[in-house]
Design a binder for this molecule. Sequence first.
Ligand code: NAP
Length: 258
Amino acid sequence: MPSPARLKGRTAVVTGGSRGIGRAISRRLADEGALVAVHYGHDHAAAERTVTEIESAGGRAFAVHAELGVPGDAATLWEAFDRRLAEHADGTGLDILVNNAGITLPRPIEDVTEQDYDRVFAVNTKAPFFIVQQSLGRLRDGGRIVNISSGATRIAYPAIVAYSMTKAALDHLALSLARQLGPRGITVNTVAPGFTETEINPTLRDPQVRSALAAASVFGRLGTPADIADVVAFLADDDARWVTGQCIDATGGVHLGL
Ligand code: NAP
């Protein structure tokens, strides 16, 4: 059970916080007392639903719209965040940034077009980079940056090669930034989910695919969004103050070995 109010007084932004893993992260951080900006790109109703769920549970949240993967996306996000935050009486500054929004590209190298490649890098890598860049003046000392990567960066998975490359870049971002932001007490870490029950992977609707992917985990099941949100909540908390520059595997032990 989350401890209420461990994050009271903190403000969090969760990109792609409206659905899937991001929704679970938004809800978990709000359960612990954070004021959560639930970012979304297209599905306004899903973002409002997540905000309502948080408020119904006694938490505080607001929706922030910005399409990622288009020119000026990071600036749009932060302008929307600043505007919405100003509507909350005690809302100043930023403490927790979770770069979670992402898209997949289930194609082997032969089938990836330049357009596909540019799009998946624009959403998964370029957008978080500039969101982080423009967060630095807003983040309070002692803050937290958590990037959502993928277990696919540590295994060979040719069917999603370009996607895996976008996430490998995020793994490195944490390392370099952790070094730079340490003097401010800001930690930067990466969380790598495995096969998780969300809408990002439509093949999960196929029972045969589901059982094959579940079998890849040493626990014999697919991950849930809450499995990932719990790890992010730990990194966001004071308990993780001495953990930085790390990539935390949260795949449920996918392909650990023979
Ligand atoms: P999801 O269910 O498809 O949700 C994606 C979220 O990102 C939504 O809130 C969506 O909002 C937002 N988003 C997507 N494209 C966007 C864009 N162009 N602009 C703004 N927002 C955008 O995905 P998920 O499975 O929860 O994945 C979350 C993260 O975990 C991703 O980075 C993904 O790569 C990573 N991950 C997932 C798995 C898995 O098995 N599920 C495994 C490893 C890593 P809108 O719908 O409003 O655009």
